[in-house]
Design a protein around this ligand. Sequence first.
Ligand SMILES: [Zn+2]
Ligand SMILES: [Zn+2]
Length: 345
Amino acid sequence: MPSALEAEPTRWYYYRMTVFPPTAQGSASPPEKNEAAMRLGAHVSISGSLDLAIDRAVAMGCDCLQIFYGSPRQWRSSVYPNDALERFIHKRRAAGLDPLVAHAAYLVNPGTPDRDLRRKSVASLLATLRGVERLEGLGVITHLGSRLSSPRGAALRRIATAVRQILGASERAMVLLENSAGSGGTLGATFDDLAAVLDGVHGDSRVGVCLDTAHLFASGWDLRTSAGIEEMVAAADRTVGWDRVRVLHLNDSQGALGSRRDRHANIGEGLIGSGGFRALLAHPRLRALPGIIETPGFDDAGPDAKNLARLRRLAGIGRQAGVRRAGVRRAATRKEVRDGNRPVR
Ligand SMILES: [Zn+2]
Ligand SMILES: [Zn+2]
């Protein structure tokens, strides 16, 4: 997709540096077998300092990462000093982590009929989008929110309006619409919902989609078999267009197929199961995307190296997790978990 690459020179730079690192002569080398493997990463905490997220991601064995740009449970947006931003950028470049995405705050609900809530949602989303843009990341991942008692079409139009406002006040990074499990009347549980928002922004190239495997399963897509996965991919292609899908959230599901229950499980411990993930990771269209875990963790401390190692094993990727660099810091602490500085949905 040359147009997108031209629009995102920084991202392309990272991609080149990661996939085709320069040789000693300064020319690009062809990708080796392992480098063509799926890029896997995790949601990591920024607790303590933004750049600590990079240390945590490296310690976990990530190739890519997702962060919250500030507190996920507050409207107030975070402002960081320039040196903190530069430190993050520098460390990420050195670690070759790509892409970087930011998850929107939980409170964000661009589909709501409540004007005040919508205004706050737009402000919060914009702050995150500008933040991730400043950090040279790919974009912000947002849920569509809830329509409450208002009609679906009106809610989806409000979301499109909100997205247009945000894009108009920023320059480069993308808004990635995440599918939902559909619990409590949330929007985005169908590809038609996502497609309606894409239509509402007239197919702006800065709007993409993030598909969460746990949400897909809970909303009725049977990801346990290759046939079910193929059906899902074909439906996404017909509605949103597969090229719009830019990121995967790889979570197993505690919620049953079609239950609309949004509860993530560790890879292989949920109802999608190891067989399902093996099939997902074998699909060429899914493999080509970066995959980020938002799992509860085997120590209940959030996404961890073990979940990533499981994915790599199921994907047939040889590299061991967490051995790329020495001198790295710990993963999320119990306090961070308590403070909510990790993904729960
Ligand atoms: Zn997700
Ligand atoms: Zn979820």
